[in-house]
Design a protein around this ligand. Structure first.
Ligand code: BDR
Ligand code: CA
Length: 312
């Protein structure tokens, strides 16, 4: 099975690891375009990181610049978690790669138009959903060409940026609500599953002792252990890599179909995904929400993918 994919991201340490995973499986994950969006860092920084990551990993894939702010509010970057550049302490080589001429929503639409008869695209957003919402609102016929959206965001219970909201959804709840109500099949890789998918300190040390590529991703992830979220912990979560891992190995995940909507109020729950887990609910099921993963298999597959880059 080969998936034509559009990857929308805000690199971002775990977005960067998602790049490494996807690039190691280009035979299955046929990424036709990458779009940046403000989230973990400003649009300038995340776009620059996306260009550098493609060059570093030998991904000959066009990158288009996306929205510099959520639909209704200003961006609040996560410099405390991802560092000032967005990639922790890692300094990737400079690149002379440049962005595509079109802004992200138009670029995404054009890539959908280029699909062959009968082909459909998989969207993989690992960031606030601003670009995807703009795509769907500006070009309503885009939805027909999208097979599914495998996104990192949300949670059935609990949050990481507030007590009830996950960062990507909280940054742009209005955009997320547009996406969840679009009618396009959604696989939600939220905190319930992504917090079970990561590396421990020894695994990061092993990467730091590896070749050029392994060391770079080790340096990025090692930064997490110095942030307030992980200082006392032995394991870090690699949230965004769960999206591509799901496409590669759906058998290691389990979940439940349910109705998901987004709290767009100004109250304390702004950005919370409201997940209807009742089996007897008649609310239309619009998402498969992943809840569990085989953590060991996730670690093994991700480690193999990262190490494979130094063997090329
Ligand atoms: C999500 O928020 C971002 O900081 C990460 O890159 C990930 O996409 C996790 O909540
Ligand atoms: Ca991200």
């Amino acid at each position: 099975m080969k998936y034509p994919i559009l990857f929308d991201c805000d690199p971002g340490i775990d977005d960067a690891v998602a790049f490494a995973l996807a690039a190691a499986h280009s035979d299955v994950l046929d990424i036709r375009g990458i779009t940046s969006v403000a989230g973990n860092q400003t649009i300038e920084r995340v776009t620059g990181n996306a260009l550098k990551l493609t060059a570093f990993l030998g991904m000959d894939i066009p990158v288009a610049r996306g929205s510099k702010a959520p639909l209704l509010r200003e961006i609040i970057p996560a410099g405390d978690i991802h560092g000032e550049t967005g990639l922790g302490n890692c300094k990737l080589p400079e690149t002379d790669r440049t962005v595509a001429g079109e802004p992200a929503p138009l670029f995404l639409y054009q890539k959908l138009q280029e699909l062959r008869e009968g082909e459909k695209m998989v969207l993989v957003p690992t960031a606030p959903l601003t670009n995807i919402a703009l795509l769907l609102k500006t070009f309503p016929d885009a939805a027909e060409k999208i097979d599914k959206i495998v996104l990192m965001g949300g949670a059935i219970t609990g949050g990481n940026i507030t007590s009830t909201a996950e960062f990507n959804i909280w940054e742009d709840p209005e955009a997320a609500q547009i996406v969840f109500s679009s009618g396009i099949p959604i696989i939600m890789c939220g905190l319930d599953v992504t917090c079970k998918c990561g590396f421990n300190r020894e695994q990061i040390q092993a990467l730091l002792a590896g070749g050029e590529k392994a060391k770079a991703f080790g340096e990025m992830m090692d930064f997490y252990f110095h942030t307030e979220v992980y200082t006392d912990k032995q394991r870090i979560a690699i949230h965004d890599a769960v999206t591509f891992m799901y496409l590669l190995h759906p058998e290691i995940f389990s979940g439940q179909e349910m109705n998901v909507s987004v709290d767009c109020s100004d109250g304390v729950n702004r950005g919370m995904t409201i997940c209807d887990t009742r089996s007897w609910s008649d609310a239309p099921k619009n998402a498969l929400v992943l809840t569990d993963a085989d953590s060991e298999k996730f670690e093994t597959y991700l480690m193999e993918a990262i190490l494979s880059h130094d063997k090329k």
